[in-house]
Write a protein of this length. Structure first.
Length: 139
């Protein structure tokens, strides 16, 4: 026969096993949010690198009056970058380019899109978001 301590141990283990909970429904939601952020971040990194290289590192005169403010580490799940008046990183953004959603869709808005270079900026962003990092032609 089994000893009392051994029976008590088996009973305790059985009770612990019965206390196991079902997997939480929140875990898949959290995993989905993480992958959503990953797609958005991946797309914005691609767009931001190309935009910085083509617009600022190349010293494109169209963008000489602006500074590039990188906010890819946004905790909102919408990594983005801003164009602000040159040297005024706290200034009102003149262009916001951000990505969101499961597909990491890139969107842009701001008064620069209504200006003379607006169609070029839209074209560049669309090209960068599609994976083509070429700089294209100046406006």
């Amino acid at each position: 026969m089994m000893s009392a301590p051994r029976l008590a141990l088996i009973a305790a283990l059985a009770l612990l096993a019965a206390c196991q909970s079902e997997p939480s429904a929140e875990v898949p939601a959290a995993a989905a949010a993480a992958s959503e952020k990953s797609a958005a971040l991946r797309n914005m990194e691609q767009v931001a690198i190309a935009a910085h290289r083509c617009w600022f590192a190349s010293r494109d005169p169209v963008f000489a009056g602006y500074s590039f403010a990188n906010e890819l580490n946004s905790f909102s799940g919408q990594p983005r970058f801003l164009l602000v008046p040159r040297g005024d990183f706290g200034g009102r953004p003149l262009l916001v380019v951000q990505a969101s959603g499961a597909a990491g869709t890139v969107t842009s808005f701001g008064p620069l899109l209504d200006g003379a270079a607006g169609s070029r900026i839209r074209g560049d962003i669309a090209r960068f978001a599609s994976g083509d990092a070429s700089c294209g032609t100046s406006a």
